[in-house]
Design a protein around this ligand. Structure first.
Ligand SMILES: Cc1cc2nc3c(=O)[nH]c(=O)nc-3n(C[C@H](O)[C@H](O)[C@H](O)COP(=O)(O)OP(=O)(O)OC[C@H]3O[C@@H](n4cnc5c(N)ncnc54)[C@H](O)[C@@H]3O)c2cc1C
Length: 375
């Protein structure tokens, strides 16, 4: 094989692409992973590493490092104006000894990249996948390097893990149907002095939406919510300090019409996006990567039908998970007013009701379906 070629080309070195490259490299499959960004992300983005991810990455040694660096979320507290709080335990989650672990996404990515480096694979940064074409026996791709040079490569398989605006998905001509909540949501990572329990995730039901509060580490907290002044909804006695990161985003729920075509497969945000409520985005992408590694290794071993099985296995999972998260988000959003009344009545009751609470935690834990690598 000429230098700089490998049987699998991964576009995108976010958590999905890194996990796919790592899991393939561990099986002895040569992999090339490129990312258009010159540097890895510095932002905390996804904070919750769920039990499913911990299980899937256990053998790589990354889980042990995540557990050592992050902190274990012990419970969820629901806050409502003029009502008592509802506090439920989270740890251990359901029928597993694992719980949610809070760790900034930048650290999760760094740990995955370090494990990949230990296997001799480096992320090629400043390299953008620009165009692709596939034939019966492989995929041809144009890679644009940071200095403007263009490299043509050919690989038997391409994994599009290039995020929500995926070039790969667009090159395949796949639609990304779904919808979007109209208003912007705001996010802060900021220092707080607060009476909130630092070991729990906090959800505050507000008249025009909700506020999500989770500690990143130390006295640095993530606060995310909608409305004009979300920080004003923090409980009395809270003092806001230095802001480390502030951003805003729109909540959309979309699933690509297929999880791949032929020798080009899609994973992570390239294939599905949804609200951060439920903490599934990064985790579902890592699950995609796990299934991809298994299918791709078999396909390279001669079982080409395994490529089609990836798309067949993952698409229904994407649809189900996004549907669930969208329903949960609409309920918590509480618009229109009739839904808000239902939310304010129903949600606290559900938190007390064993089977409903169990289902909620199964969703948050990524345990609402088995991870199948075969049809
Ligand atoms: C504020 C916020 C909070 C979140 N909270 C959570 C949470 O608690 N739990 C959770 O599970 N998820 C959460 N998410 C979602 C999570 O961050 C994403 O789902 C996750 O980053 C998706 O990973 P990915 O690898 O699929 O895509 P990305 O992380 O978007 O990575 C894609 C990579 O591809 C690269 N790229 C793009 N185009 C190209 C190209 N043409 N060629 C080469 N490289 C390319 C990009 O530079 C990028 O590095 C949150 C997201 C946000 C914004």
């Amino acid at each position: 094989m000429p230098p700089n070629t490998a049987p699998v080309l991964v576009a995108g070195a976010g958590p999905t692409g890194l996990a796919a490259a790592l899991l393939l490299a561990r099986r002895g499959v040569a992999v090339r992973i490129v990312d258009k960004a010159l540097l890895p992300t510095r932002h905390s983005k996804a904070l919750a590493v769920n039990p499913r991810t911990q299980e899937l990455l256990e053998d790589t040694g990354v889980t042990a490092r995540m557990l050592a660096e992050g902190w274990t979320v012990l419970g969820l507290t629901l806050h409502r104006p003029s009502h008592d709080d509802v506090a439920v335990p989270l740890s251990p989650l359901l029928d597993t000894h694992r719980s949610l672990v809070s760790l900034p996404q930048a650290r999760t990515e760094a740990l995955l990249a370090e494990a990949l480096h230990a296997l001799g694979v480096e992320v090629e940064r400043g390299v953008k996948l620009d165009a692709l074409e596939q034939g019966d026996d492989g995929v041809s791709a144009s890679l644009v390097h940071a200095d403007g040079s263009i490299e043509q490569v050919r690989a038997p398989l391409l994994y599009g893990a290039d995020g929500a605006h995926s070039t790969v998905r667009q090159a395949l001509g796949l639609a990304f149907p779904g919808d979007e909540l109209p208003e912007p949501w705001q996010l802060w990572d900021l220092r707080l002095a607060t009476p909130l329990d630092p070991d729990r995730v906090h959800l505050m039901l507000l008249p025009d939406g909700f506020l999500f509060v989770l500690r990143v580490h130390g006295d640095l907290w993530r606060v995310m919510g909608n409305g004009a002044h979300p920080l004003d909804a923090l409980p009395p006695g809270t003092v806001c300090g230095e802001v480390e990161w502030q951003s805003h985003f729109h909540i959309a729920h979309r699933v690509a019409e297929r999880a791949g075509v032929g020798r080009v497969l899609l994973g992570g945000d390239a294939a599905h996006i949804h609200s951060p409520l439920g903490a599934r985005g990064m985790n579902l992408g890592i699950e995609d990567a796990y299934v991809f590694a298994d299918c791709a290794a078999d396909a390279l071993g001669g079982h080409l039908s395994r490529l089609a099985s990836y798309a067949q296995l993952r698409h229904p999972v994407h649809r189900r998970v996004v549907r669930r998260i969208a329903a949960l988000t609409r309920l918590m959003h509480g618009h229109p007013a009739a839904l808000r009344e239902l939310r304010d009545e129903l949600v606290p009751r559900l938190m007390h009701f064993g089977p409903a609470r169990r289902q909620f935690f199964r969703v948050a834990g990524g345990l609402d379906h088995p991870v199948r690598t075969r049809g």
